[in-house]
Design a protein around this ligand. Structure first.
Ligand code: HEM
Ligand SMILES: *[C@@H]1O[C@H](CO)[C@@H](O)[C@H](O)[C@H]1NC(C)=O
Ligand SMILES: *[C@@H]1O[C@H](CO)[C@@H](O)[C@H](O)[C@H]1NC(C)=O
Length: 502
C-alpha cells in the first residue's frame, strides 16, 4: 500500500519536475540536475559536504546545486561573500522556507524568520536587551563569571586527571543563556536541563544528517513516521516547558523591572498592546528557543577547539598564561575590558575561532528578489549557502592559513589586528546577533581557566586528531583534557612555586 502510494507520488513529481528543474539563464555553473532529486543522488547523504567540496574544486567560487527541485548557490571567498552579504545585503537577507528548521520554528523568532518586519523587530529587541544588560542587579559579565566558578570547581576536583570536556562546556554555555533568558541557572544534574541539552544535541544531529536532508528535499515524505518526527516532538516538548516558565514569570514579575529576557519580552508585549503587534507569546517561545539553540553548541564547540589547540601547543598556552598573570596581577577576577591589554591572548582566541570554523556553511540564506552575483543571474527564492570556511582559510587573506598560529592576528609590533577575512559570525544584516555575548564568554572563560589551570594532552592520548566532525555546527572529535592546578608539579599534588606575586 505504502509502496504503491510512493510510486504514484514519485511518478507524479517526475512529470512535475521534468518541467520544473530547469536551470535559470546565466545561472552559476554546476552539475546537471535530475528530476525530483536534483543533484541529491550525487551526494553521499552521510557526509554531503565532502561531495560538495569536490564540486567546489571543479566549479569555482560561485557554483550551483539542486537540492531536489530547489536551486542553491554556494559562495566561497571573501570577495564574492562581501558582494552578496554586504554590498547587496538586502537581496540576500532572506531565509529559505520549507526546511526542517523552518518548520520547527514555524518561521518565527529570529534565526529562521524571513526578511521582514517581525524578524527586524525581534532582532533589534534582542540586541538592545542583551546590550542593556544592566537587567536587575547583575551585569552580563557577572552572570558569565558566576557560571565560570562552577566550571572551575569541577575542573579543580579533577586536578591531575583527564576528562572529556564536552558535556561540561555544553552545560556551561547553555546555562549562561538560561541565566539571561530565564533569570536563573540550572544544576547540571537538573532533569529538565539535561532533557533540554539532550534534545538540542539530538535535534541538531537529525537536522544535519540524512533525514534532515531528505526532509528538506523531498517534501512528499514529510508526513511519514520517519526520525524527523522525533525532532518535531522534542522541539515541542521543550517549547511547552518554556511556555511554563513564562507562566511562572507572569505571576512574579514587576512590570518595568525586568529580571531577564522573558520579563523584558512581557513588558514589550504590554507596551505594544495594539492591533497586529509582532510580539506575542508564540513568537516569544520561538525567540527564546532560538537563542538557546544558537548560543549553546556554537560557544561550547569553539571552547572545545580552543582547548584542543592549547593542549597541543604548550608554547602558545604558556605565553597566554604569562600575559594573563602580568595583566591581572592580584586582581580577583578578569573583566572583558582587560582584553585591550592582552593582545596575544586576544590573538589566540581569534585564531582558535578561525580554526574552529564553528559554522562552516553559516546559516543558509535565500534571495528575496532577482539579483546578480559576480555577473551571474540569481533568481528570487534561490537558496544561498555562504561557505565561511573558504574565507577563514583563504590563502590570499592569511599569513598562516593552514596552521594554528596566533600571529595571524598580530602585526610586527605585536599588536592585535583583525583581518577583514575574520568572519566566523558572518557579515551583513543577518550576522550573528550573539557576537558580543559570545566574545565575552570566550574571553572570560579562557582567561579565567588559563589563569588557574594548566592543560595538557594525556600521555596515553595518542596522536591528536584535528579533523572536525562535520555538522551545521562543527566540532572537534571527542578528546580528553588533562587538567592540573597551576603552580603545582605533576599529579601527586606537590605544591611548587605559587603564581607570581606582584
Ligand atoms: C562562538 C559562538 C558563535 C558563532 C561562531 C556564531 C555564528 C553565527 C553565524 C555564522 C550566524 C549566521 C549569520 C548569517 O546568517 O549570515 C549566526 C546567527 C545567529 N546567532 Fe550566532 N554564533 C555564536 C554564538 C551565538 C550566541 C551566544 C547567540 C545568542 C545568544 C547567537 C545568536 C544568533 C542568532 C539569533 C542568529 C540569527 C541572526 C539572524 O538571523 O538575524 N549566536 N551565528
Ligand atoms: C568551502 O570552502 C572550503 C575551503 O576553501 C573548501 O575546501 C570546501 O570545498 C568548500 N565547501 C563547499 C561546500 O563549497
Ligand atoms: C483593532 O482592529 C479592529 C478591526 O480591525 C478595530 O475595529 C479596532 O478598533 C482596532 N483596535 C485598536 C485598539 O486599534
Amino acid at each position: 500500500m505504502l509502496g504503491s502510494l510512493l510510486l504514484l507520488w514519485i511518478s507524479f513529481c517526475l512529470l512535475f519536475f521534468l518541467i520544473k528543474t530547469r536551470r535559470p539563464k546565466n545561472f552559476p555553473p554546476g552539475p546537471r540536475p535530475f528530476p525530483i532529486f536534483g543533484n541529491l543522488l550525487q551526494l553521499n547523504l552521510e557526509n554531503p559536504i565532502s561531495d560538495l567540496n569536490k564540486l567546489s574544486e571543479r566549479y569555482g567560487k560561485v557554483f550551483s546545486f539542486f537540492f531536489g527541485g530547489r536551486p542553491a548557490v554556494i559562495i566561497s571567498g571573501l570577495q564574492p561573500m562581501k558582494e552578496a552579504l554586504v554590498t547587496k545585503s538586502v537581496d540576500f537577507a532572506g531565509r529559505p522556507n520549507g526546511l526542517l528548521l523552518t518548520h520547527l520554528t514555524q518561521g518565527k523568532g529570529v534565526i529562521m524568520a524571513d526578511y521582514g518586519a517581525s524578524w527586524r523587530e525581534h532582532r533589534r529587541f534582542a540586541l538592545m536587551t542583551m546590550k542593556n544588560f544592566g537587567l536587575g542587579k547583575q551585569s552580563m559579565e557577572e552572570r558569565i563569571l558566576g557560571e565560570i566558578s562552577h566550571v572551575s570547581s569541577i575542573l579543580e576536583r579533577n586536578h591531575g586527571k583527564c576528562i572529556d570536556p564536552q558535556t561540561l562546556f555544553h552545560n556551561a554555555a547553555c546555562d549562561i543563556i538560561c541565566v539571561i533568558l530565564f533569570g536563573h541557572r540550572y544544576d547540571y544534574e537538573d532533569s529538565f536541563f539535561q532533557a533540554m541539552v539532550t534534545m538540542m544535541a539530538e535535534n541538531s544531529k537529525i537536522a544535519n544528517g540524512p533525514w534532515g536532508m531528505i526532509y528538506d528535499t523531498l517534501p512528499l515524505l514529510r508526513s511519514l513516521p520517519l526520525p524527523f518526527q522525533k525532532a518535531i516532538n522534542d522541539y515541542n516538548t521543550v517549547k511547552l516547558h518554556t511556555l511554563g516558565i513564562v507562566e511562572q514569570h507572569k505571576k512574579t514579575r514587576v512590570p518595568g523591572e525586568p529580571r531577564d529576557i522573558i520579563d523584558c519580552y512581557l513588558d514589550e508585549i504590554e507596551k505594544r498592546n495594539q492591533n497586529g503587534s509582532l510580539f506575542d507569546e508564540d513568537q516569544m517561545a520561538s525567540f527564546l528557543l532560538d537563542l538557546l539553540f544558537a548560543g549553546t553548541d556554537t560557544t561550547s564547540n569553539t571552547l572545545r577547539t580552543s582547548f584542543l589547540y592549547l593542549m597541543t601547543h604548550p608554547e602558545v598556552q604558556e605565553r597566554c598564561q604569562k600575559e594573563i598573570d602580568e595583566v591581572l596581577g592580584e586582581k580577583l577576577e578578569a573583566s572583558f575590558e582587560d582584553r585591550h591589554r592582552m593582545p596575544y591572548t586576544q590573538a589566540m582566541i581569534h585564531e582558535a575561532q578561525r580554526v574552529a570554523n564553528t559554522l562552516p556553511l553559516s546559516v543558509f540564506h535565500c534571495t528575496i528578489k532577482d539579483t546578480e552575483l559576480m555577473g551571474y543571474k540569481i533568481p528570487k527564492g534561490t537558496l544561498i549557502i555562504p561557505n565561511l570556511s573558504s574565507v577563514l582559510n583563504e590563502e590570499s587573506q592569511w599569513k598562516f592559513p593552514h596552521d594554528f598560529n596566533p600571529s595571524n592576528f598580530l602585526n610586527d609590533e605585536g599588536e592585535f589586528v583583525k583581518p577583514e577575512a575574520f568572519i566566523p559570525f558572518s557579515v551583513g544584516p543577518r550576522m550573528c546577533l550573539g557576537e558580543g555575548l559570545a566574545r565575552m564568554e570566550l574571553f572570560l572563560i579562557l582567561v579565567t581557566l588559563l589563569r588557574r589551570f594548566h592543560f595538557f594532552w594525556p600521555e596515553d592520548g595518542g596522536v591528536p586528531d584535528y579533523t572536525p566532525v562535520f555538522g551545521v555546527t562543527q566540532a572537534p572529535k571527542p578528546y580528553r583534557l588533562g587538567v592540573r592546578l597551576r603552580g603545582r608539579q605533576g599529579c601527586d599534588g606537590t605544591v611548587g612555586t605559587k603564581q607570581r606575586v606582584n
